[in-house]
Design a protein around this ligand. Structure first.
Ligand code: FAD
Ligand code: SF4
Ligand code: SF4
Length: 395
């Protein structure tokens, strides 16, 4: 049992041992800050050894699917037969959480609602009812201190818990898992990339959307478009290739420019979209616990096998140079390229690899330029192998 005392005189947000690389995962807002040195994803990156602890083995780097998508038993594409209105996609994440709670598998769920004054700002909660879980549906596209509710979990005396979260939160959670006094922890992860602070989000919206103040939801989708949904229900599409690279280079949080856990390697079950056909969700079952979680909602889903088409490599290589020179294309050309790439570009799992390659190379170059002494420890072996497939600009 650890000594449950709060560091005296500290307010939330004051101590961040990872300094500028902190992703605000919330651990340091709790007394588990005692373990920050060995738990923080940006101080001690240990995805591969933790995979062995959590899943019984590390990912097999010789198998392309594991190299990219992590340890898994199965991947499928799925949709809810009856989507949850207002969910990010069809609401598979919220549905699993509700089923686990209502069938008595867990007593509470760590998830993220919105701040009452700002629907895009996160408010992590320990949900105990269906309504509280539903109120957390849809992405809050900003860094979110999910682990800040871990003290509330301990105080509640709960023994069975579900945590929903992104990679950096889950890495820190797994590192303190055996300190939480739980009988069973379930982890439902989402992929995550390019996250921002609330101020960064404002800049992104103002640079990219025609009406930044009315955006309720957005996603970078497999059709190479950013899809914005507005308050009046209208949808706005902006091609990836038309983004203002120069302005946006500074927008993403330094943590997210240094992150290689895009696919949330330590969750039991991952629910995203990027390895699935357009409109479908992409599910990665990592271990037996994840399989049980998915089986619980199987009758609410229609499912199809994952598939892949195209070859990402030339597009990734070309993108490296364009990003480096901060090229911004005129909108008509961006639409044209977007249209062509949609028709002939990478699809399904190959789209997933396109996105992973592009982000890992960008992040590797960011670390090499800004934190060269951290490249070795913060870049996991699988990411080094992925990046080594490409020609990089000279140092
Ligand atoms: P819903 O039922 O709507 O539930 C969404 C859940 O997300 C809620 O339970 C909520 O607690 C949780 N959540 C919301 N905001 C946050 C946050 N900031 N931090 C942690 N948890 C949060 N998928 C991809 O395939 N590729 C990506 O690049 C990608 N990027 C993402 C970036 C972020 C910041 C987030 C939060 C998710 C991202 N996803 C990505 C996952 C994807 O957008 C969907 O969240 C996922 O497919 C689940 O959809 P759903 O309809 O089942 O979720
Ligand atoms: Fe603490 Fe989390 Fe920030 Fe690391 S990322 S310094 S664990 S709040
Ligand atoms: Fe955390 Fe990585 Fe997502 Fe940033 S991109 S919020 S560091 S998981």
């Amino acid at each position: 049992m650890i000594a449950h005392h709060k560091a005296k005189g500290l307010r939330a947000g004051q101590r961040r041992p990872a300094k500028e690389l902190c992703s605000e995962c919330g651990l340091c807002d709790t007394y588990y800050i005692h373990y920050v040195k060995e738990s923080c994803a940006f101080i001690t990156q240990q995805i591969e050894s933790m995979e062995a602890t959590v899943h019984g083995r590390s990912r097999d780097l010789a198998q392309e699917r594991e190299l990219y998508f992590g340890v898994h038993q199965e991947m499928v594409a799925a949709q809810k037969r009856e989507p949850i209105p207002g969910a990010q996609w069809t609401g598979i994440v919220s549905s699993i959480a509700i089923a686990m709670l209502e069938q008595g598998w867990v007593e509470g769920v760590v998830c993220v609602q919105s701040q009452p004054s700002d629907h895009l700002a996160p408010r992590p909660v320990l949900a105990r009812t269906r309504e509280e879980i539903l109120a957390a549906r849809v992405n809050k596209p900003t860094l979110s201190p999910n682990l800040s509710v871990l003290e509330e979990v301990a105080a509640s005396g709960m023994k069975r818990l579900l945590v929903i979260g992104v990679g950096c939160q889950i890495q820190a959670l797994r590192a303190v898992e055996d300190k939480l006094g739980l009988e069973k922890l379930y982890v439902l992860g989402t992929p995550c990339v390019d996250n921002v602070t609330r101020a960064g989000l404002q800049k992104f919206l103002e640079t990219t959307s025609r009406s930044p103040q009315t955006v309720v939801h957005y996603e970078f989708m497999q059709d190479f478009m950013v899809h914005f949904r507005h308050e009046d229900g209208s949808e706005e599409l902006v091609p990836f290739f038309g983004l203002n690279t120069k302005e946006l280079k500074e927008v993403f949080a330094p943590s997210c420019m240094s992150c290689f856990d895009y696919v949330n390697g330590l969750a039991d079950l991952v629910v995203g979209y990027m390895g699935a056909p357009f409109g479908w969700q992409w599910l990665v079952v990592r271990n037996d616990t994840g399989r049980e979680m998915l089986e619980l909602v199987q009758d609410q889903l229609q499912v199809q096998p994952v598939s892949e088409a195209g070859d990402r490599r030339a597009a990734v290589q070309q993108g490296i140079g364009a990003y480096d020179r901060a090229v911004t294309l005129p909108m008509w050309l961006a639409w044209l390229i977007g249209f062509v790439v949609q028709k002939v570009g990478p699809k399904g799992l190959e789209y997933g690899r396109f996105s992973i390659d592009s982000h890992f190379v960008r992040n590797f170059l960011y670390l090499r330029r800004n934190h060269p002494q951290k490249v070795d420890s913060l870049v996991p072996e699988f990411a080094k192998k992925i990046v080594s497939q490409y020609r990089l600009p000279p140092q």
